[in-house]
Write a protein that binds this ligand. Structure first.
Ligand code: ADP
Ligand code: MG
Length: 678
């Protein structure tokens, strides 16, 4: 007997080979297969008459096979079959290529549904290589699945049909009946049957609604469970202290947005419940100063701050800026990254544990068990979208029992409210919607590779004027398997130092270099000793060298829009006019043209979102969230609210989901958190 966790090889027609194809799609069990939802449907509910079929547009035609021609061999490996079909009114000449068995299966005088693009002229309409379906009056929609090579929608549909028949346990619904009722959701079996083989549009809408609800409901339950531990606890208490000492530490005036955000944070820090605030601001908007103000405030309150950054380069940079900023204040700062020597690490850990250090900046290394604090009051994560939920929780857990630290997360990626709501829960938001004074928008140009030498000349003129530049390459190094035509940082740095930039200080930076080497290169670039930095995307997040004014990005088509925007954010950080030159053979690409037109990160994100879809764009996996199979996280805030309320009600009554009626839920959630790596 088959259950939802039975291996798909149990199904007829699924052998080892097809199981491997399914594995590529992440499908191992019958349950996985049933949750592999169609990406689209072929609509048979309104088939066209042959005469009025739209020209060269996909459409379905119901027609009877009138005659079949014998196989015609066009050349070796290519044979052609012609089939004449009619709908009683006009004829349709259908051609198939290399489709011996499919054509043999067509019976003369029998009616079929043909789906394809009709061309030809009136009186002689034609269709090439249509999909063929039996003329089943109950077939209103045929599912179209996201596929991998070797699998067709037909195969998947046949396997799913069988799975729906055989699988035991479909009638058990993990969602409690009162929730089904209150939200007018259809049963799970009906939903699965109709998402794959809808009888009509209404049934499909009901199925979608139920499955979207289910997915968001589980997600909310999972997040609720993850968060529960932290919410019970009280915050490290802090009280008002004068910030005058802090405002004297730097030469510029804060922007209005920075000041407002700082005030919002400091008010939170004085409350008895932990701060849970997202600071969102475009690249270069000055998020680090807000974090610094909070760290200063915490230090004046005798509390420690841990700031976690996603890369060693960024951590080292924050450490240096803050060491300079806080010099003379008596606030002591340490750095902790994975690549530091054991003795240095141990020393920092000791100083953290006994309270000698007020601030520690670091990478994931901060999460190690051996890291303990004397009095952790504030946790800051920079470039939050790079961290998983679980990592953020792990750091927050390091405060002593009963005192949850305040949490500030910073991100340049605009997150839609729906998604933020799920990831962060009752999260407060501060937005830096104002750039520091004197910033000029980065001018962005798109050029094709033959113009590159001229661009190098442009860069040289800026270097001669005492400015600095980046050249970004998609690869570290050319290898046997590197796709052709891609620039690599290693070769490019060597060539440029020899040719176009001989006589200039050229440095190289990529992720495979030793940490000490990376640090030295960054320091040399920061101090101006290096004028040109040839690098991979390791500089993408957060690197801040105000003297850099030009960035050239090789093979720009290889990068996502938001990534290009982040990269571009490395220039335009000082007062001088800055430039970003995108080099690509695809100079007519709408994506690349779009980024030339706007400097606004939110607009770029919108554009990116349109092109890529939410799952990929927001890196749900990076957030430590399972990828949504069906729910559109962007569209339906009302549904997010409803599922959240339902999930909270369940958790309020049964926090650990230990009641017998919640067992199926508990199992699902556990599996979800496991696959998400939380
Ligand atoms: P991001 O928001 O991208 O993290 P940063 O915090 O790195 O931005 O700030 C970018 C640069 O702007 C830094 O060199 C920082 O010192 C500078 N900066 C921050 N705030 C101001 C301000 N109010 N006026 C002028 N420069 C500022
Ligand atoms: Mg930053």
């Amino acid at each position: 007997m088959a259950t939802l966790s039975t291996n798909i090889q149990y199904l007829k027609g699924v052998g080892e080979k097809r199981a491997q194809l399914y594995a590529r799609l992440g499908i191992a069990t019958i349950g996985d297969l049933l949750e592999y939802y169609p990406r689209d449907y072929i609509d048979f509910s309104h088939p066209c008459a042959i005469i009025s079929a739209p020209y060269d547009q996909p459409c379905a035609i119901r027609a009877r096979v009138a005659a079949k021609s014998p196989e015609q061999r066009i050349r070796k490996g290519l044979s052609l079959f012609k089939v004449l079909a009619t709908d009683g009114q006009s004829d349709l000449l259908i051609t198939f290529f290399n489709a011996k068995y499919a054509v043999a299966a067509l019976k003369e005088e029998e009616s079929y549904l043909f789906y394809g693009r009709a061309t030809g002229r009136i009186g002689r309409r034609e269709m090439a290589s249509p999909l063929v379906f039996p003329d089943d009056p109950d077939l209103a929609f045929s599912p179209v699945y996201p596929l991998t090579e070797g699998l067709s929608s037909k195969m998947v549909a046949a396997n799913i049909r069988q799975a729906l028949e055989l699988a035991d346990g479909l009638d058990e619904d993990p969602i409690p009946p009162e929730i089904l009722l209150a939200n007018r959701l259809c049963r799970r079996r009906d939903a699965l049957e109709n998402i794959h083989f809808p009888t009509d549009e209404q049934a499909l809408a009901k199925a979608r609604n139920r499955l979207m609800f289910e997915e968001l409901f589980y997600l909310n339950l999972a997040m609720g469970q993850v968060k529960r531990t932290s919410q019970k606890e009280a915050a490290a208490p802090m009280g008002p202290v004068s910030m005058d000492g802090f405002y004297r530490l730097f030469p510029f005036a804060l922007t209005g947005a920075q000041q407002r955000s700082i005030d919002e944070c400091l008010a939170d820090l004085c409350r008895p419940v932990p701060m849970n605030r997202l600071l969102q601001g475009d690249v270069g908007s000055g998020k680090t100063m807000v974090a610094a103000a909070c760290a200063y405030f915490a230090a004046q309150n005798g509390c420690q701050t841990a700031m976690m950054a996603p890369t060693e380069i960024l951590a080292a940079q924050h450490y240096q800026t803050w060491s300079k900023l806080f010099a003379g204040t008596g606030i002591s700062i340490g750095l902790l990254t994975g690549s530091m020597g054991a003795a240095a690490k141990r020393a920092v850990k000791e100083q953290l544990a006994d309270g000698q250090l007020s601030i520690v900046v670091g990478t994931h290394a901060l999460l190690q068990d051996s890291v303990a604090f004397d009095r952790l009051g504030l946790v800051v994560t920079d470039e939050q979208h790079r961290f998983g939920v679980s990592q953020r929780m792990a750091l927050a857990q390091k405060a002593q029992a009963g005192q949850h630290p305040h949490v500030l997360v910073m991100s340049a990626t605009p997150i839609p409210r729906t998604l933020a709501f799920i990831i962060y829960g009752d999260l407060d938001l501060s937005i830096l919607d104002e750039m520091p004074k004197g910033r000029q928008p980065v001018k962005t140009y798109l050029i094709d590779p033959p113009k590159r030498e001229r661009a190098y000349g442009f860069i040289r003129r800026h270097l001669d004027a005492g400015e600095q530049a980046y050249i970004v390459c998609p690869l570290v190094e050319q290898g046997e398997n590197s796709p052709e035509g891609l620039e690599s940082a290693v070769e490019e740095a060597q060539r440029l130092a020899r040719e176009s930039f001989s006589g200039y200080g050229v440095g190289m930076l990529h992720g495979r270099m030793k940490a000490a080497e990376k640090e030295r290169v960054m320091a040399d670039f920061q101090s101006g000793k290096l004028q040109l930095l040839v690098s991979t995307t390791v500089i993408e997040v957060g690197v801040d060298v105000p003297g850099a004014t030009v960035m050239l990005i090789q093979n720009a088509e290889r990068f996502g829009l938001s990534q290009l925007h982040q990269l571009r954010g490395r220039v335009g950080r000082g007062k001088a006019e800055s430039f970003c030159i995108l080099v690509s053979t695809q100079t007519d690409s709408p994506r690349l043209q779009a980024i030339c037109k706007t400097n606004d990160g939110f607009r770029v994100a919108e554009e990116d979102l349109k092109l890529r879809g939410p799952g990929d764009f927001f890196g749900l996996r990076q957030h430590g969230l399972p990828v949504m199979k069906i729910a559109g996280l962007l569209e339906d805030i009302a549904l997010v609210d409803r599922t959240r309320a339902a999930a909270l009600a369940v958790l309020a009554a049964d926090p650990d989901l230990t009641l017998p009626e919640h067992t199926p839920l508990r199992i699902r959630i556990a599996r979800m958190l496991e696959t998400a790596g939380a």
